[in-house]
Design a protein around this ligand. Structure first.
Ligand code: ZN
Ligand code: ZN
Length: 621
């Protein structure tokens, strides 16, 4: 054995693709025997065969000298054996690493990568990284960091990731694009969007991947407006977006209900991306989701019809999409087609879809049948979301006691969403103060202190029973505890720009015009018989104040803005964070007929398509 051919272990080799654990050394001019062993290490080697090769290698190689680095040929064979064993038996690979004297970065990286990629041993890659650092003979290199950061991202290990970031700075790898991309991904995955942005902003050189990663991070955490802003910035810098970028942007459009940008994105994919991107099932599933969430269910149907490949997610998008739009029969038909024609096994999300279709249609018996079939036919244990659908279905159909029975028999603790939907139903149905108070107390218990939403519902329960003293008490309690109502917020997209309106908002540059329009609308509607339903403005004291607070509901501001700007014949599309109140619902129906305009509102739970004085929900929401 000679150490002369050895290349200093901590020196990073160059010119390797980023996914490789480090630079594979060029095939060494090894002995005939070593070459023979190397040729046996094929991709589909079995563990017993690998052990034979390992034994043969140990038998024929000279014993390593302590404290001396291994020669080039031996190291290369070790790395190949380690690489193969990592794919077959990680524990074996781990033991092998301990037996290698003076492993270099390449050897360490091979195993760190294997652990980082394993589904359940990611933590082990961090342990190994710390062992490498503590060992001190081989320093982590630019190939090490991406793997450990990936593991940190998966494990939400923010503190460990920051420590690794510090080492990256210390060792001078802050200019490496791939290392920076990994940092951006790590911070974004852990929700540290500011830190992710700082790394991004400080990069001396950005690649398309850096863009993509930072945009994807913002989309993942629901910061859709920021994501779209970054996308525009990226276009300004003449970066050509690829399939990954477009997937993120389509998801952002779905989140914002930004239909025209979504439509543009689809056209962009068809025009500029390769055929396999346009045919990709993930890409098409994102587009389906975008169309259904933007209220364009027929575009989704069209796309679904021409998709070259469909999976359970594609079917789920359609089943849920139909349900959200109140197309109950179509939702059931899609479910039937998926199970019987395509012979796909429905997932638990599929059942959330069909149960919410039952819910929107008020179909209690069908709902019960689908719910029962989950266990009996498909072996899927109902989760809290499915119970939530059933409780809501019972409650909204007026079967409050059946809903309460289901809640008490649930195998898991009912969450606040379930109690809220019960309370919501109680106050909508005028179920009576006793039941409502009982439910409100349970909400209180499950929340450990009421949130603004529950206070608002409780005050509405009292208001619907004309118990204005209690309404006042709830209101006082809210102000004493410093609880403010979650503000209603509506988004409307106009010519590719998303405008956001908060209830009572005056920050829009055209605010004055919008309020004047709102007044004109109300005047016109009053002349055709509209009277505001003041019970919806439950927390204000006087009639005038109530009327005023109704006028400030965010979707009205968005509708007024839409009427001012929309081209004749194009529908006004609005996305709202809360449920539409019944007064705004009545008002929007009237606007659709008086102003001859189609208005599509996506609220927290479903779509309302207002046309010619009617809503697609048939007033059941
Ligand atoms: Zn309203
Ligand atoms: Zn409606």
């Amino acid at each position: 054995m000679t150490s002369l051919a050895f290349v200093a272990t901590s020196q990073p080799f160059i010119t390797t693709p980023p996914h490789s654990p480090s630079p594979p050394p060029p095939p060494p001019p090894s002995s005939h025997h070593n070459r023979h062993l190397l040729s046996l290490l094929t991709d589909n080697i079995s563990m017993p065969h690998l052990k034979q090769i390992h034994a043969q290698f140990l038998k024929t190689s000279s014993p390593p000298l302590p404290h001396l680095p291994l020669d080039y040929h031996t190291l290369f064979l070790y790395s190949r054996i380690l690489h193969s064993s990592a794919a077959l038996d990680l524990h074996y690979a781990d033991r092998l690493l301990s037996a290698i004297p003076n492993p270099n970065s390449f050897i360490w990286n091979t195993l760190i990568r294997a652990y980082a990629r394993s589904p359940d041993l990611k933590l082990r890659s961090l342990v190994l990284y710390h062992r490498m650092v503590a060992d001190g003979r081989a320093a982590p290199d630019k190939y090490t960091f991406p793997f450990v950061l990936k593991a940190c991202a998966f494990l939400f290990a923010v503190w460990e990731g920051r420590q690794i970031h510090a080492r990256i700075v210390k060792l001078g790898f802050t200019c490496d694009t791939h290392v920076n991309n990994s940092l951006i991904h790590f911070y974004a995955s852990c929700g540290c969007l500011d830190a992710s942005r700082r790394v991004f902003d400080g990069m001396p050189e950005r690649s398309l991947v850096s863009w993509n990663v930072v945009i994807d991070g913002y989309v993942h955490w629901g910061e859709f407006v920021v994501a779209i802003g970054l996308f525009r910035e990226m276009q300004g810098l003449s970066f050509e977006p690829d399939g990954f970028t477009m997937q993120s942007i389509v998801c952002a459009c779905a989140g914002l209900g930004a239909f025209s940008l979504g439509l543009w994105s689809h056209a962009y994919v068809l025009r500029n991306c390769q055929q396999e991107v346009a045919d990709d099932v993930l890409m098409n599933n994102c587009l389906l989701d975008m169309y259904t969430k933007c209220g364009a269910i027929y575009m989704a149907v069209q796309l679904f019809g021409c998709m070259p490949k469909r999976d359970v997610t594609s079917w789920n998008a359609m089943i849920i999409g139909f349900a959200m739009h109140g197309h109950v029969k179509e939702s059931f038909d899609a479910f039937g087609c998926m199970c019987t024609k395509e012979r796909l096994k429905p997932s638990s999300i599929t059942f959330v879809g069909v149960l919410s279709a039952c819910n929107h249609g008020g179909l209690v018996n069908e709902g019960q049948r689908y719910f029962d079939s989950m266990v009996t036919e498909y072996g899927i244990a109902p989760q809290i979301e499915h119970y939530g659908c059933m409780v809501d279905l019972f409650a909204r159909a007026g079967l409050v006691y059946e809903a309460l029975n289901l809640v008490s028999g649930m195998p898991m603790k009912p969450d606040v969403v379930i109690w809220r939907s019960l309370l919501d139903a109680c106050c909508k149905l005028n179920a009576g103060i006793e039941v409502s108070e009982l439910v409100a107390k349970r909400v209180l218990k499950s929340e450990g202190g009421m949130s603004s939403g529950t206070y608002v519902l409780l005050s509405r329960v009292y208001a619907s029973a004309n118990q204005w003293n209690e309404v006042g008490l709830v209101r006082k309690l809210m102000s004493e505890k410093g609880i403010t109502k979650e503000p209603g917020c509506s988004l409307i997209e106009m010519d590719g720009v998303v405008h956001e309106f908060i209830a009572g908002d005056t920050s829009h540059p055209r605010s004055q015009e919008i309020y004047e329009m709102l007044e004109a609308i109300e005047e016109k509607l009053v002349s055709v018989g509209y009277t505001p339903d003041l019970s919806q403005a439950h927390i204000a004291d006087h009639a005038d104040e109530k009327r005023h607070s109704l006028r400030l509901h965010s979707e009205r501001l968005a509708i007024a803005f839409g009427l001012l700007n929309a081209k004749p014949g194009t529908p006004i599309r609005i996305l709202k964070n809360l449920r539409v109140c019944s007064d705004c619902h009545t008002l929007t129906k009237l606007i659709s007929t008086v102003f001859d305009v189609e208005i599509i509102v996506r609220d927290r739970t479903r779509f309302h398509r207002f046309k010619a004085g009617l809503c697609s929900c048939m007033d059941y929401w």
